[in-house]
Design a binder for this molecule. Structure first.
Ligand code: CAO
Length: 442
């Protein structure tokens, strides 16, 4: 049987296009969906696929030809005799083949499970194919294959690419949307092995309409960071608690100490915080835990591995100081300086960044008086450190200048109550103000 291939309607308002490449010759055997030729319109370049497998029997155009929408440009012979096809209904398929899924209305007095009580009683999901003979969906063969594999009628998918071109993400969004219609967007909606993070985004407008733009590919670190913070932000109900520690005593000691040691052994505020936070995790074990929702349990860790956010030329990395709770501040300072330097030079291994229980993000060397750090799943808390500065503090009789270190603790509210968050952060402030407390606790 002979199939005539016509110039498809690419998008509204487009009446013609130019053949920019012909990928087959008369006599070639082609697979279904194999690209036969490419058509350029003022809105997009469209690949025109073979509607069936067969032999190219006729080519009526040449590269460079301008063709009108609807003109016959090629023929493919599938080698089969023409057979009688049941008269299609308006939808394009016989009624019995129309895949319409109906969620039945429940029995009048039958109680609904709580998870579905608020859903509409009947939802009809119309998956009727809408293919029209005169139109080829503007999508690459790989995207058509994906749609076919997922059972999606590609003609129902809204293309978000240039000129309405359909990409793989459009097909996935279509499936997600239909599944959410089916489940009411509830807990049984579509799940994927991997949270799509950075890709979970609505289609972008064409910014070039408003001015000049340029595009840069995301680095691997940026993609990983985007996925991690998107996941954490959308799955952890978090709260941030703020407090301030008076640190002139600590700073006097640090400056005096640093006067006497080499650069490798320099005692930084962050090293002191690593020790303080490790001790705080020992005192408040639920801050050193991970929530196991599947088992409805809290996993408590009996080690204190502290991650330190390090700003590098390539982006944020978080190396982990293992067993910080068992190490002295001097040892921690040397280890942190070494690890931070290796991180900046990208000389750390993935193992150096694994197993963290809690993160310290110190932006105080750069500036700022407060920020909200994002808990790094599956951890349950993170400490943000802003810039210490002299501030007037009322001592009961007068204002006196004190060096105040602003701290912000974000925590997973499913695991940690507000009062516990406030106590934990106050404990850290007191430990920074009175380091002897640390020596007392070991
Ligand atoms: N307040 C005021 N000054 C501070 C400070 C603070 N909170 N923290 C550091 N400083 C000062 C230090 O005292 C130091 O000054 P001196 O040289 O006079 O002692 C200077 O800033 C530089 O500190 P440092 O970088 O040598 O050492 P550090 O331990 O304080 O910081 C590190 C190490 C790795 C935390 C830091 O280099 C870094 O990368 N910070 C950025 C972290 C980040 O990007 N976080 C965002 C993550 S997203 O939530």
């Amino acid at each position: 049987m002979k199939h005539e291939i016509t110039v498809p309607e690419v998008s509204e308002g487009v009446t013609s296009g130019t053949i920019i490449s012909i990928n087959v010759a008369v006599g070639d055997q082609v697979e279904e969906d194999q690209t036969l030729l490419e058509l350029e319109t003022d809105k997009a370049v469209v690949e025109i696929p073979a509607p069936v497998a067969g032999e190219v029997s006729d080519i009526k155009v040449a590269e460079g030809d301008k063709v009108a929408i609807g003109a016959v440009i090629m023929s493919v012979e599938d080698g089969e005799a023409k057979v009688a096809i049941p008269e299609p209904l308006e939808s394009g398929l016989p009624k019995e083949l129309t895949p319409t899924i109906v969620i039945p209305e429940p029995e009048q007095n039958e109680p609904l499970p709580p998870s579905v009580q608020s859903k509409p009683v009947e939802q009809v999901l119309d998956l009727t194919p809408v293919r029209r003979d005169d139109q080829v969906a503007p999508a690459a063969p790989s995207v058509r294959r994906l749609a076919r594999d997922l059972g999606v009628d590609i003609y129902q998918v809204l293309g978000t690419g240039s000129g309405g071109r359909i990409c793989a993400e459009d097909v996935r969004l279509f499936v997600r949307d239909k599944m959410q219609q089916l489940t009411g967007g509830g807990a049984t909606s579509i799940t994927t092995d991997e949270f799509t993070g950075v890709y979970a985004q609505r289609p972008l407008p064409d910014f070039s309409k408003w001015g000049e733009i340029s595009t840069e590919p995301l680095s691997r670190i940026r993609k990983l960071t985007a996925a991690a913070v998107s996941y954490a932000w959308s799955t952890i109900p978090m709260v941030t608690q703020y407090d301030k520690a008076v640190i002139e005593g600590l700073e006097d000691f640090r400056k005096d100490y640093n006067y006497r040691v080499t650069a490798e052994a320099k005692l930084t505020l962050t090293a002191v915080l690593v020790k303080v936070c490790a001790a705080a995790l020992k005192t408040f074990p639920q801050f050193n835990s991970s929530l196991d929702l599947a088992r409805e349990a809290l996993i408590l860790k009996h080690y204190q591995h502290i991650g330190v956010a390090v700003d590098t030329a390539n982006g944020l990395l978080v190396p982990v100081i293992k067993d910080a709770g068992d190490k002295g501040i001097e040892e921690l300072a040397i280890e942190l300086n070494d690890l931070a330097e290796k991180t900046r030079q990208r000389k750390i291994s993935p193992a150096d960044m694994e197993g963290g229980c809690f993160i310290i993000s110190n932006l105080g060397g750069i500036g700022g008086d407060a920020f909200t750090p994002i808990v790094y799943a599956p951890q349950v808390a993170i400490l943000g450190v802003s810039q210490a500065e002299m501030q007037p503090v009322w001592n009961g009789r007068e204002f006196e200048p004190r060096l105040m270190l602003p701290l912000s603790l974000s925590y997973d509210h499913r695991v940690i109550d507000g009062a516990a968050g406030a106590r934990f952060l106050r404990w850290i402030c007191v430990a920074l103000e009175n380091p002897i407390h640390l020596a007392m606790k070991g």
